[in-house]
Design a binder for this molecule. Sequence first.
Ligand code: ADP
Ligand code: MG
Length: 332
Amino acid sequence: KSVVHRICAGQVILDLAAAVKELVENSLDAGATSIEISLKEHGEEWFQVIDNGSGISPNNFKVLVLKHHTSKLCDFPDLQSLTTFGFRGEALSSLCALGNLTVETRTKNESIATHLTYDQSGLLVAEKKTARQVGTTVTVKKLFSNLPVRSKEFKRNVRKEYGKLISLLNAYALIAKGVRFVCTNTTGKNVKSVVLKTQGSGSLKDNIITVFGMTVFSCLEPVNICISESCKVDGFLSKAGQGSGRNMGDRQFFFVNGRPVDMPKVSKLVNEFYKGANSRQYPIAIMSFTIPEKACDVNVTPDKRKIFLSDEASILHALREGLQQIYSPSNA
Ligand code: ADP
Ligand code: MG
């Protein structure tokens, strides 16, 4: 219990993307190889994440959504070597408070699944048997409905929030190896469109081809930069002269140890080098950093998008040299 008191709780769920992100990360933590995200009216009515992971065992049904309940953190030193995505035990309890949460789950030890309904305080209020394969489905209806101001904001910005969510799902689909992603959005009476569909291949290259297509891929070149003995970056960047005029945030994805993160300094550096050769264009950048866990702190913000790197200067330095080679005028 003392562990959790040392974690500074913030607001966990700031928008639609953050909400779905927590559910997707729970599915990844549960070892899912197939994750399906369904949205109704771009997530405004409800959203659902369906996985084929381990499922939740019955002795966790009652405590599941209680604040700081987690099955993933036993001791404070664990915080230094975090390998799972979730660890705060705050996502489900926050979602409970922000919308209507139901869970359907089954582990390999049960022959039948259970459908669970929670109230806003996190109390399990209904439990019934249902048919389902092993895995978990979490559904959130009417996100933010009990926060009038944020609810209004959400309704006004729903397209923007939806866009942010799709970009985040693209990020997971690009980096997750061997995990199949499907995202659908249902609008109107019953018009369902598939927004994202991947086969869960084993390589970043294949994932880029499924997410963005062969045409996009053929405009990229591989980057492999060794930063130090234990640090490297692998990925793909637009070939000189083949970037897009589109907004730079659009197709730039950064990962540290398999987690999508924001890296504004790296993004700025890449753009600068790229623009040196081609003004008015932004490169596509998909860059995956491998950095020893003890040299990064991903817990700086509740949504874990921001990352603090203890050796950022030397990473940027090595990157600068690598980019010089790729985008030097003689190579263009
Ligand atoms: P955390 O992920 O930080 O542990 P959450 O509130 O996100 O906290 O989830 C609480 C607990 O519920 C998890 O520790 C896990 O045991 C269980 N859980 C949540 N989602 C899933 C899922 N999709 N599959 C299996 N277990 C899950
Ligand atoms: Mg979690």
